[in-house]
Write a protein that binds this ligand. Sequence first.
Ligand SMILES: CC(C)(COP(=O)(O)OP(=O)(O)OC[C@H]1O[C@@H](n2cnc3c(N)ncnc32)[C@H](O)[C@@H]1OP(=O)(O)O)[C@@H](O)C(=O)NCCC(=O)NCCS
Length: 359
Amino acid sequence: MSDPPRATAPHARRARLHRVDARDERQFDPWYAVLHASEIDADGESTRVWYPDEWRARAIDENAATYQQLYSWGESIEHPVAIGSLAITRDDNRDSTTAILFVAPDQRRRGHGTSMRRALEDQARLLRRPTISFSVTESAREMGRGVSRIVGPRWGYTLDEENVRRDIDWPRPAGELDGLASQWQPAAAAYEIRSWRGPTPDALADDRARLASIMSAEAPHGEIGPRRERWDAARLREYERTIDEMGRDLLTAVAVHRPTGHLVGFSDLTVSRDHPEVAYQWDTLVVAPHRGHRLGGLMKIATMRLLERGGDATSTITTFNLATNQPMIALNDALGARVTGCSLSWVARLAHGRSPLAV
Ligand SMILES: CC(C)(COP(=O)(O)OP(=O)(O)OC[C@H]1O[C@@H](n2cnc3c(N)ncnc32)[C@H](O)[C@@H]1OP(=O)(O)O)[C@@H](O)C(=O)NCCC(=O)NCCS
């Protein structure tokens, strides 16, 4: 599949790709402004997926296990008409990159999106990452109707994953978590749930890293979903440090199998210290042989207890699940979740030429 030739506006011809240095406000602030304007355009509110410090923390350390290369598109780096990023992994999945692409809302339908997409694909080729996937979220009001559903297929991309966003109002009504916990505990008699805020205790770090390495392979995912990752205690510490630099606290619960003493599951919740209104549920995993014991729910309750104890001014807990992950959806529904949007992943394998081959 190739892109049809199109008439290009004269100003678009002078536009080019710029690599954005997140340490330089003159470059980063205009980049972030386009992202934020796009989020407001989609949502109608000024909700942010990642705050500026969170982007910076993930973009500056090029030696991190995953870091973000930021790009803008326009005549000058100070006045981008489109922005994007490529996630670069160091240790695993080095044949693929996850990207974002946003055109400033008042600059759309002028060919900038197509031009920047091609430029990002060229970058991915240069980086020897022949598989590229663009992530995009849809707010409740545009769910199922986002523009990427038109543009993605036109560009030769395939919808690989659809994750549904659910929000849980916080705090929960008095007694609700106690009720659920006592309902679920009998199934989990062989397990101990432990939880903490901040770094993983040293004695559990190796085991927690082992679980992280199988997370992306064991959790349901799309056709080209992430494969097994390489984690050890050092990478776990690096991950914890990055989260701290992002201005977030990490609240973790694990399930310990009493007979063997092994960790068989974990659940992470994060909350921003400066913007605690929305806390995010990140990964939750119970390894296959230990499923069916209500461990996912009990670990989530344990992280919620940490949030309660911390006194964070949180009003919403947000979680994303693959649309087909029924066990996790049922669990979130029991915890009071309601659907508020979705996130999509559009994937293509890049040919050596200019346009992607659909997968
Ligand atoms: C998707 C997005 C990047 C497109 O940028 P853009 O500059 O408007 O796109 P272009 O002008 O290059 O148009 C690309 C194609 O999509 C079509 N298109 C773009 N917006 C459209 C819309 N709202 N309705 C119908 N078709 C549309 C164009 O007509 C064009 O088709 P053609 O090549 O057959 O003529 C932009 O709308 C955006 O930032 N959306 C929010 C984030 C997002 O969805 N990112 C993309 C993830 S894959």
